[in-house]
Write a protein that binds this ligand. Structure first.
Ligand code: NAD
Ligand code: ZN
Length: 341
């Protein structure tokens, strides 16, 4: 089968023929229809420090997909050939304390599809049946292929009660924009999103987030003043991975505010501890999505009017995958879809 392989330890991916995946009796085989490119895939494509230390070579990568089940292992129940599915990209151990407690997103032994084991940028993917998420009717293939990053956004946003609250989202990447859209959908009052990239802020406006801030030109205190906010943000969703953005967020929170950290902050990041302590802030780290509560919540919200369709800005046939990666690398895209049909 065809697959996008990290064939050499250098920048790029290579469209290659590889053997079809082997299945265990608990696995299902999925014929891939569409995939989407994640920031993680961009790191693998660019071959940054993290990728060099993490990704085995050669291996095909990718973890955002929609496809159709074509075969199931003999122990599988509840998943059948013909089902339209996406899947959770974290394969958990099933026997650690958190797995046994049903908190699988906190498994200490997680293996990543397309990171630690072969991925979905291929004609076929084999994953455990317990990782499969059947797509309800009314959810399009485009939406289904980006449930993984939407899940990051939903898991982060729903970490705290947002109803009637003022929410600051730092970073208008695809996940930040979707997080802001979720905050609005569930009833936040003001949702402010910041970035340094005008293309991204414009995309946020297209998804209905009207308080967009180019942080190079406007300060958060000025934004709060213009919105007649007097006490700071109730909830902060850090989705940029920028130390400066995190510092600005901590300084703009109300006393007793809640912060969720999804963006992967660099090691040199410092925390204004006096702000955290004297304001009594609560900070929560976020990894992945809750299995499978986040998946149910996000598909329900898509069915009840959460509109994220415009986050998909580009689509390419498989042969155009390099163009897809380059547009992501340049920061001039939302989600980029590759068509495998
Ligand atoms: P992205 O890189 O596309 O978006 C990040 C955005 O932040 C960019 O638009 C960038 O211009 C902006 N930014 C940079 N500095 C800024 C600043 N000082 N203030 C405001 N904005 C700034 O990433 P994404 O795919 O949307 O993902 C968001 C973050 O979440 C990334 O850091 C990613 O690595 C991380 N992530 C974490 C998990 C997890 O499980 N914890 C999962 C997926 C992604
Ligand atoms: Zn586990």
């Amino acid at each position: 089968m065809k697959a996008l392989v990290k064939k050499y330890p250098k920048r790029g991916l290579w469209l290659e023929d590889v053997p079809e995946p082997r299945m265990s009796e608990n696995d299902v085989l999925i014929k891939i229809k569409q995939t989407a490119i994640c920031g993680t895939d961009v790191h693998i494509y660019e071959w940054n420090e993290w990728a060099r230390q993490t990704i085995p070579v050669p291996m095909h990568v990718g973890h955002e997909f929609v496809g159709e089940v074509v075969k199931v292992g003999k122990e599988v129940v509840g998943v059948h050939p013909g089902m339209r599915v996406s899947g959770e990209g974290h394969v958990v151990c099933g026997h650690c304390r958190n797995c046994r407690a049903g908190a699988r997103h906190l498994c200490a032994n997680t293996k990543g599809v397309g990171v630690d084991r072969p991925g979905c940028f291929a004609e076929y993917l084999a994953i455990p049946a317990s990782n499969v998420f059947p797509i309800p009717e009314g959810i399009s293939d485009d939406e289904a292929s980006i449930l993984d990053p939407l899940g990051n956004a939903v898991h982060t946003a729903l970490s705290f009660n947002l109803v009637g609250e003022d929410v600051l989202v730092t970073g208008a990447g695809p996940i930040g924009i979707m997080g802001a859209a979720v905050a609005l959908h569930v009833g936040a009052r003001h949702v402010v999103i910041t970035d340094l990239n005008e293309y991204r802020l414009d995309l946020a406006r297209k998804l209905g987030v009207k308080n967009t801030v180019d942080i190079r030109k406007t300060t958060l205190p000025d934004v709060m003043k213009s919105l007649k906010m007097t006490e700071g943000f109730d909830v902060g969703l850090e989705m940029s991975g920028s130390a400066e953005a995190f510092k600005g967020m901590v300084e703009s929170m109300k006393h007793g505010g809640d912060i969720a950290l999804l963006g992967i902050l660099p090691p040199h990041t410092t925390i204004p501890w006096n702000q955290v302590i004297f304001k009594g802030l609560f900070i929560k780290g976020i990894y992945g999505r809750e299995m499978f509560e986040t998946w149910y919540k996000m598909s329900s919200m898509l069915q009840s009017g959460l509109d994220i369709k415009r986050i998909v800005t580009h689509r390419f046939p498989l042969a155009g995958f390099e163009e897809g990666f380059e547009v992501m690398c340049a920061g001039r895209s939302g989600k980029v879809i590759l068509d495998w049909r």
